[in-house]
Design a protein around this ligand. Structure first.
Ligand code: DGL
Length: 259
C-alpha cells in the first residue's frame, strides 16, 4: 500500500501521476480538508499534522508515504522521516533544478505558498541548484484555497494571476515553477498568459517515477481509497471536475477519517 497526502485537492495531481505509473498498486489518498490551506499556518502546526497523518497512513499498512505537498515537505519531511524510520518517505519540492537547467535566459520564477516561499529548504534548494540563475520567489496567498472551490476560472482570479505572471515575463523569466501541487490545476489559466515566452515546470511525473523506482513491485488490485478529515464526498466529486476520470474509475472507497 502506498499513501499519498496533501492539505486538500492539490496532491490529486501527484496521485494521478502515481496511479498512471503504478496501475496495479493500491493507493490511499488522504486530504486534510479540516485544515486546508497549510500555506498560511505556523510551521509547528504543519509538522503536527504531517506526523499525525504519516502515523495514520503507516497504521493502515502503507510502506511508502508521499507528501504530495510542497508546504508539508519543506516544513516537516525531516521530522516525518525521523518519526517513521521504517517507512519510505517521498516529498514534493519545487522543480528548481530542472527549471534552472532548462532556462536559456538564466532567469526563473517559483510560485509557492507563503510558507514554502519563506522556507529555509527552498532557499537551500536554490543555493544548491540555481546559484548561477536569477530566481524570483513569488508567494501566491489564497491560490490553493481558490483551487479548492473547483471553480477557479473567474474574471477576478484571472486578473490576479495575470498581475503575478506578466511582470515575470516582462523581466525575462522563461521557466515558471509550480511550487504548490494545487497550482497544477491552474495550468489552464496560467498557460495562455505565457504566449510561448516561458514554460511551466511541474514535478508530479518525476515524483511518480521516483515512487515507481522504490515500489515498482506493488502488484495488488489497483484500488484507490479516498480519505478526508472532513467532507470526503468533495474528493470524489472533485475527480471529474479536475479531469481525473481514470483515477475516479479506480476509487473503491470514500471515507471520513479522524486524524
Ligand atoms: N498543495 C500544497 C502545496 O503543495 C499545500 C497548499 C496549501 O494547503 O496551502 O504546497
Amino acid at each position: 500500500m502506498i499513501g499519498v497526502f496533501d492539505s486538500g485537492l492539490g496532491g490529486l495531481s501527484v496521485l494521478a501521476a502515481i496511479a498512471r505509473e503504478l496501475p496495479q498498486a493500491n493507493l490511499i489518498y488522504l486530504a486534510d480538508t479540516a485544515h486546508v490551506p497549510y500555506g498560511d499556518k505556523p510551521d509547528n502546526f504543519i509538522t503536527g499534522r504531517v506526523l499525525a497523518i504519516g502515523q495514520h497512513l503507516a497504521d493502515q499498512g502503507c510502506k511508502l508515504i508521499v507528501a504530495a505537498c510542497n508546504t508539508a515537505t519543506t516544513t516537516a519531511i525531516q521530522a516525518l522521516r525521523e518519526h517513521l524510520p521504517h517507512i519510505q518517505v517521498v516529498g514534493v519540492e519545487p522543480g528548481v533544478k530542472p527549471a534552472a537547467q532548462g532556462s536559456l535566459k538564466r532567469h526563473i520564477a517559483v510560485l509557492a505558498t507563503e510558507t514554502t516561499a519563506r522556507s529555509k529548504r527552498l532557499a537551500h534548494l536554490i543555493d544548491t541548484h540555481a546559484a548561477q540563475v536569477k530566481v524570483d520567489v513569488v508567494p501566491c496567498p489564497g491560490w490553493a484555497t481558490h483551487v479548492e472551490t473547483l471553480q477557479p476560472d473567474t474574471p477576478a482570479f484571472r486578473a490576479e494571476v495575470e498581475q503575478k505572471i506578466r511582470p515575470l515575463l516582462d523581466a525575462g523569466v522563461d521557466r515558471i515553477v509550480l511550487g504548490c501541487t494545487h497550482y497544477a490545476f491552474l495550468i489552464p489559466i496560467i498557460e495562455p498568459l505565457l504566449e510561448g515566452r516561458a514554460q511551466l515546470v511541474d514535478v508530479a511525473d518525476a515524483v511518480a517515477r521516483q515512487v515507481l523506482r522504490l515500489r515498482g513491485d506493488s502488484y495488488a488490485d489497483g484500488k484507490i481509497s479516498l480519505q478526508a478529515t472532513v467532507h470526503p464526498e468533495r474528493l470524489s466529486a472533485a475527480l471529474p471536475a479536475l479531469s481525473l476520470n481514470k483515477v475516479a474509475r479506480r476509487v473503491a472507497s470514500v471515507t471520513q477519517v479522524s486524524v
